[in-house]
Design a protein around this ligand. Structure first.
Ligand code: ADP
Ligand code: TRP
Length: 323
């Protein structure tokens, strides 16, 4: 069985972009792959500075995955900070990676371009910690959203560099797995849906908030009776991602014929979201206060992850001359 590994930062409330671009894939793949999935709370420290927020967002993300169908018997599900191997391998990789290599990272370049001067060393170093996360588990594939492609390429370069310096094949070179049709999910304003743009539709928001978010989707001012182009509509773009092919076709026909207003299309989208996540939303409410259960699931994952992480780190340490 081929192995996959991925991580998600506990950086806020999961939204449709996270689900369609990453979480859904992770959960579907657990049936065909040996799956390792972790909550990237070490990475989250580059932005989260409040202990209560760190705890609540970690809990929220774990509950969300379980509610959406992650099966902790199949998937090894754990918290990054509970395994010191991640930070240890990160240090080792820091020592063999050159600064200009990191300066090529999009995230760093964007921060520079925005004139951010007070960037932490941790943020600059972010791709190396991500490489360590991945390489510890020797996965065949890393399922991620399009925005993470460069980080996986950097991981491969870092692994090859280590192997070249110390000889042998202690680290492997995994490939990114990016689902093409949902590469970028648009937000309520038509830009990429992202917590940092405040344009999200949250999967587990209460019905009132969810309605408000859906109704806030930006549309043009074509009148109700006039024909509309489904290809140029954010409401349709989101509907299409959740509906069946037939349902999307039917709505596209209504758009082209005219007679359906954007308000009605938004109502259809809201119904679709509520229907799609009905079971998950119920499960979420059942699980969200059960802190002990969540903790024990993550601890069990930690034990299972440890075996592989420790074995790889031991190999690396031998190569370096620490063992
Ligand atoms: P955000 O941009 O809201 O902070 P994250 O960076 O925490 O989201 O992303 C977590 C995962 O969800 C990543 O794998 C990312 O590629 C995916 N993802 C986030 N937003 C989108 C989107 N709009 N479309 C597709 N995938 C997305
Ligand atoms: N950087 C990823 C994101 O923002 C999260 C992440 C951390 C990750 N470590 C990883 C993803 C390892 C895949 C593999 O979404």
């Amino acid at each position: 069985m081929k192995r996959i590994l991925s991580g998600v930062q506990p950086s806020g409330k999961p939204h449709l972009g996270n689900y369609l671009g990453a979480m859904r894939q992770h959960i579907q793949m657990q049936n065909e792959y040996e799956t390792y999935l972790f909550i990237a709370d070490l990475h989250a420290l580059t932005t989260v500075r409040d202990p209560e927020l760190m705890k609540s967002q970690t809990h929220e993300l774990a509950v969300s995955y379980l509610a959406l169908g992650l099966d902790p018997k199949k998937t090894v599900f754990f918290k990054q900070s509970s395994l010191p191997e991640h930070a240890e391998l990160c240090w080792i990789l820091n020592c063999i990676t050159k600064i200009p290599f990191l300066e090529r990272a999009h995230a760093w370049k964007d921060a520079q371009a925005k004139g951010k001067k007070e960037i932490s060393v941790g943020l600059f170093n972010y791709p190396i910690l991500q490489a360590a996360d991945i390489l510890l588990y020797k996965p065949d594939f890393v399922p991620v959203g399009q925005d993470q492609k460069q980080h996986i390429e950097m991981t491969r370069d870092i692994a090859q560099n280590f192997n070249q310096i110390f000889g042998g094949e202690s680290l492997n070179t995994p490939e990114a797995l990016i689902s093409k049709e949902v590469a970028i999910v648009p937000g309520t304003d038509g830009q990429k849906m992202s917590k940092s743009y405040g344009n999200t539709i949250e999967i587990f928001a209460d019905e009132k908030t969810l309605k408000k978010q859906v109704m806030s989707i930006v549309t043009d001012s074509t009148p109700v009776e006039a024909p509309k182009d489904p290809k140029n509509c954010n409401v349709f773009a989101l509907y299409k991602l959740l509906a069946t092919v037939e349902e999307s076709k039917a709505l596209a026909e209504k758009y082209k014929k005219g007679g359906i207003g954007y308000g009605d299309a938004k109502k259809l989208l809201l119904e679709k979201i509520l229907d799609h996540f009905k079971e998950a939303r119920e499960k979420y409410n059942d699980l969200k206060d059960n802190k002990e259960l969540i903790k024990s699931i993550l601890e069990d994952g930690e034990k299972r992850a440890k075996k592989l992480a420790k074995a790889t780190l031991d190999q690396v340490k031998q190569k370096i001359g620490y063992k």
